[in-house]
Design a protein around this ligand. Sequence first.
Ligand code: M6R
Length: 604
Amino acid sequence: MCGIVGYVGKKEATPILLDALKRLEYRGYDSAGIAVLTDKGLSVYKTEGKISNLESKLPDIKGTCGIGHTRWATQGAPTTINAHPHVSGNIAVVHNGIIENYQELYDELKSEGYEFVSETDTEVLAHLAHRYYKGNLVAAVIEGLKKVKGSYAAAFICEDSEQVVAARKDSPLVAGIGNGENFIASDVTALLKYTRKVVYLHDFEIVSLSGGNIEFFNFEEKPVKKKTESIEWNIEAAEKSGYPHFMLKEIHEQAISVHDTLMGRLSELGGDVMLSEVTLTREEIRELERIVIIACGTSYNAGLLGKYLFEGLAGIHTDVEISSEFRYANPVLDETTLVIPISQSGETADTIAATKEVKTYGCRTLAITNVVGTTLSREVENVVYTMAGPEIGVAATKTFTSQLIALYLLAVHFAKARKRMDVDRSKRLLVSLKQLPGMIQQILNNKETILKQAKRFSNARDYFFLGRSLNFPIALEGALKLKEISYIHAEGYAAGELKHGPLALISKDTPVVALATRGLTYDKMLNNIKEVKARGSPVLAIASMDDTEISKYVDAVIRVPVTDELLYPVLTSVVVQLLAYYTADALGCPIDKPRNLAKSVTVE
Ligand code: M6R
């Protein structure tokens, strides 16, 4: 995830900026840079790779005011040119977030003669500030940002004076108050060595650091009174934003990560999905005869939902294959097949090997991944990035829900191209997609219920997760999460299949999690619940808030908000993740680094 820092004080800025950036390294990044005001003007240095790389290239820079950045590539490859800061004339900027109306601003600025050197959306911020700068950096930043749609935590520096100006919308920004020196950062972790007195900025607020002064403004350039808070966390707790584990932090980030996956990709007006990165034409999409999804682990489970969506919405026959099996299965493929590898890391050896293999058949390829510039993204024609930000916990959580969102977007895009979805239906679906972040937040606000149920069953030796139709992949994912981090044996099963064998294992000692949200198979699911209840299993149902019936048949119910039938998997995912997390926590397991597992599996 990108990180920003800024400093104005009496000490040399460079070592402070580098040290603060290093404290953000745990968030993941692929390039770094700084801009420091010296007596010769702005000194800007940036490089791809690690901060140590940058450090080794720096001359002795004298200056007490500067900004710095670690970039985690989203738009544009992880290169030195794309690294921040970006400069326009006498102004430099570092930025976290996404500029949604980048193209419009780019065209406008280009026609005014501004030159663009990078592939990033951030460059428009530098040019906008430059366009409006008439001696007052705060005013220029406000004017520039008023033109911007999207998210940002951005810090600006101008060679005219020792001042750092930073602003935020939908991306975190915190100011640190020191003794005769002040700081800004995207994450409090960067500041804790220097100060524990911090001020959190809200959307559309600006902070200006100059000399020993720190001032806050709104977008009308009126001063804003802010509360100073004292941070008690140690650095380790701060990295996790106070959560005991990265996994819990990442589960809680899902309201934001789902929003980020959707951002800039929905046009509710025409009910269209905007995926400019997909170069398949409408004609080519119509001609597709088959989709093959290849993936491993959690990404495979996401792929299974893709099958329901591509077949149900777009009418394209879809197979989902485990990468390590597919590669050696003599697949029948040709150029009418679109292969979609899904991989959070983009470095999973099994998926990469299978992707290389399918290319020899002339298939079209489109990857869904979370990390820019990885091996997988270089192997395929098109990449849809999930934009979930780096995930540190070994158990995939936020990247899974973002993969689901990417699949919804692709399925609607394909369905519309193939004239299988009318505008009314797509509009309704897009509106519901937009409501998901708020609904995820509702589930997170109600996590105590999930905690209670997790503790209740944490001594079980075996667990079953049952689902049908769209919830079947989430049953698999719930079982995988529980196995992975709590070491409890868990099976995910298509509920209708239980009676064909595994029902023999059901007893009062095997808790059953029944994913029973409203939809096509709801009644059938109730029958399956009765089957396991009759054999004495305690049943924990995950059901929608408007369901008044289900509590008659089960031992406990965890509720999720009412949404479009197609979208429940996103909400039930959050519940099974929390259930696994709290179970593992109750058992004292090393949640972020489960035994025998690695975040990125780069061997076949
Ligand atoms: O990076 P990828 O999505 O390709 O990784 C695939 C699996 O290794 C991964 O999903 C694994 O199953 C996770 N640890 C599950 O939480």
